[in-house]
Write a protein that binds this ligand. Structure first.
Ligand code: SF4
Ligand code: MG
Length: 338
């Protein structure tokens, strides 16, 4: 395997009333070539700020305080945000796909032109070659009648189709790491699934990598080989998707999993959202960040230091003072009581 991106101990803070609020607080993760990973968390957990930090798109009063972002082993945080190197990396190596493609697409330019422009910007090609490549990309992202549709404008496409065009543009630039930040959130479940299937297929074909950033542990994160669960700027659990679903080892992940309506269940399931609100990041304590919302919290949790990520199983990490068995035991006791 080839480690294409590795984020090490990333910290990004925002200056608020003379205080530094750590929106990203010691985050580490990696993605290999050809791999799909997912970063899962509620809104405000710091998952988008993490991705923006990777591309050095953080603006004042925010700043990257510490950490490394290794792209092919090279720390790209060493490049100034406005350097030529960073400009080449944004789009050319790492491309972001957002929820609302209308804001990134040019409304008055035909979609084929936008894709072609991007190809010519990043590759030495003749106009004819770029035209052919444009048609190929439109076919790759599943847009039929590409010879006709290339001459249409963004508003003539549906939301799902516009996302496909955004993906075509990312691939046109030659990006080998795609970051989809809640890219499918606004779409209905069927369209989401189709889009994710297609991205999975493209990752395979282009031997690129995909980072799915989502609050949806149920549908979206399932497309990933590995999952990182983020909360209050930290990663609380990580592991293979199967491990996370079969043996969630952090109370927060357990809560997220319970909140998923099951498709294979014909009984109407009551959603069990996790009580409480994400913490005010300015007010992060020295002990477990999840403690105020944790139904497993004991006195121990307040007396011990902050739990750090530790391996609970091969390749499976969690940051909780309790072992999975202790969580299971507590779970049984809750059930007895209710
Ligand atoms: Fe809950 Fe304690 Fe584990 Fe934190 S350390 S998640 S409070 S059980
Ligand atoms: Mg976000």
């Amino acid at each position: 395997e080839e480690r294409i991106l590795e984020v090490k101990n990333l910290c990004t803070g925002f200056e608020v009333d003379g205080q530094t609020v750590r929106a990203v607080d010691g985050v580490s993760f990696h993605v290999d070539r050809g791999e799909i990973i997912s970063i899962v968390g509620e809104s405000g957990s710091g998952k988008s700020v993490t991705q923006m930090s990777i591309l050095q798109l953080i603006r004042k009063p925010g700043r990257i305080m510490a950490g490394e972002v290794l792209l092919d082993g090279q720390d790209i945080l060493k490049y100034p945000a406005d350097s030529e190197e960073m400009r080449k990396i944004r789009g050319g190596r790492i491309s972001m796909i957002f929820q609302e493609p209308m804001t990134s697409l040019n409304p008055v330019l035909r979609v084929g032109e936008q894709i072609k422009e991007c190809i010519l910007l990043h590759h030495k090609m003749t106009n004819q070659e770029a035209e052919e490549r444009t048609l190929q990309l439109l076919r790759d992202v599943g847009i039929k009648n590409e010879k006709i549709r290339k001459d249409e404008y963004p508003h003539q496409f549906s939301g799902g189709m516009r996302q496909r065009i955004m993906i075509a543009i990312a691939l046109a630039a030659g990006a080998d790491i795609l970051i989809a930040d809640e890219a499918t959130t606004a779409l209905d479940v069927t369209t989401q699934a189709q889009l994710l299937e297609m991205m999975k297929e493209l990752v395979k074909r282009y031997h690129s990598s995909l980072i799915i950033v989502t609050h949806n542990l149920g549908i979206v994160a399932r497309y990933a080989q590995r999952i990182y669960v983020m909360y209050a700027g930290e990663i609380l659990e990580s592991g293979d998707t199967q491990q996370i679903f079969a043996h969630p080892s952090h109370p927060y992940t357990r809560g997220l999993l319970k909140a998923i309506p099951r498709l294979d269940d014909d009984k109407e399931r009551v959603l069990e959202p996790i009580d409480g609100l994400p913490p005010d990041l300015a007010d992060k304590s020295a002990y477990c960040a999840f403690e105020p919302r944790c139904k497993y919290a004991g006195r121990d949790c307040r007396e011990k230091n902050k739990p750090v990520l530790h391996e609970t199983d091969k390749g499976h990490f969690a940051a909780c003072h309790l072992e999975a068995e202790e969580l299971d035991e507590a779970e049984k006791n809750f059930e007895k009581r209710t």
